[in-house]
Design a protein around this ligand. Structure first.
Ligand code: CP
Length: 301
């Protein structure tokens, strides 16, 4: 794998290989392999939007593999003087950075790959469009807790229209073969998927959650709603919050995922945090192992 741009560029075999590789980087005590396998590799991170999980897990992953990690501060760079992103990346690569992890506000990678074919790129979240490393992490977590991860009844609930996580997760489920996927959330935040052939939309959460195996709750992306749509949080909580009560309608051994960060008390009731079915912390930890797998696949190409 030379770069990781979109889930749709991967085959099921590549996805399962990445999950297997990531599992090999996990140790039984919950820590990760730390071996200087790639001391000659230098990774740069350019984040144009905030991040905790993705950026830090890529940094820890690179360091665990013995690579160097350069955290490029976009706000203090010559980007502020008007230098283009392409020129910035080319400049960084001339200094020896071979792999660039980028979180961008909008579509960026198609031009970069055409203009700078010798650099390896990793999409660490692209506006509302895609977040492939999160989808791979979530599939790894599905594999950890389900014997038949491709045969689950899945509900994705929340702000679907603004969720890059949802886009990549649904794309991945198409490739890995999940057939029974439900969506729910206020209609104004699910318009992209309302008439989609592959999914079943429910505006009633109780119906949507009945007998599902996996619930993926999504954050209300308040920062992306400004000037377009204002959400009444009280109404949202009443109709779409995942609670101890409505989780009783799911299958007994349901799994509850959320890619984070969570707006506790909005998309998830606080009390669901400590249920054994809630795997949000496992998603975070698996993020390190999966990002080690992504980096090592790119380094070894
Ligand atoms: N899930 C996710 O992308 O989290 P961060 O924004 O903290 O990286």
């Amino acid at each position: 794998m030379k770069s990781l741009i979109n889930i749709e560029f991967l085959t099921k075999k590549q996805i399962t290989n990445l999950v297997d590789l990531a599992n090999n980087f996990k140790l039984s005590d919950g820590t990760f392999v730390q071996e200087s396998i790639y001391p000659d590799k230098t990774v740069g991170a350019l984040f144009f939007e905030p991040s905790t999980r993705t950026k830090l897990s890529f940094e820890i992953a690179a360091l665990n593999l013995g690579a160097r990690f350069i955290d490029f501060d976009c706000s203090q760079s010559s980007l502020k003087k008007g230098e283009s992103i392409k020129d910035t990346i080319e400049t960084i690569s001339l200094m020896g950075v071979d792999t660039l992890i980028i979180r961008s506000k909008e579509e960026l990678f198609e031009d970069l790959i055409n203009d700078l074919p010798n650099i390896n790129f990793i999409n660490a979240g692209q506006g509302i469009l895609s977040h492939p490393s999160q989808a791979l992490t979530d599939y790894m977590t599905m594999n950890e807790f389900s014997k038949s991860p491709d045969n689950l009844d899945i509900l994705v609930v929340g702000d679907l229209d603004h969720s890059r996580v949802a886009n990549s997760f649904l794309e991945l489920l198409k490739i890995t073969g999940s057939k029974r996927i439900r969506l729910s959330g206020i209609p104004e935040l699910c318009s992209k998927y309302m008439d989609h052939q592959q999914f079943e939309y429910f505006d009633n959460l109780s119906e949507a959650i009945s007998n599902v195996d996996l619930i993926m709750a999504l954050r209300i992306q308040n920062e992306r709603l400004e000037n377009t749509l204002s959400i009444n949080h009280k109404d949202y909580v009443k109709s779409y919050q995942i609670t101890l009560d409505n989780l009783q309608l799911a299958k007994k051994d349901f799994l509850l995922f959320h890619p984070g960060p969570v707006n506790w008390g909005i998309e998830l009731e606080k009390d669901v945090e400590f249920l054994s079915n809630t795997k949000i912390k496992n998603q975070v930890a698996n993020g390190v192992a999966m990002r080690m797998a992504i980096l090592s696949s790119i380094f070894s190409e």
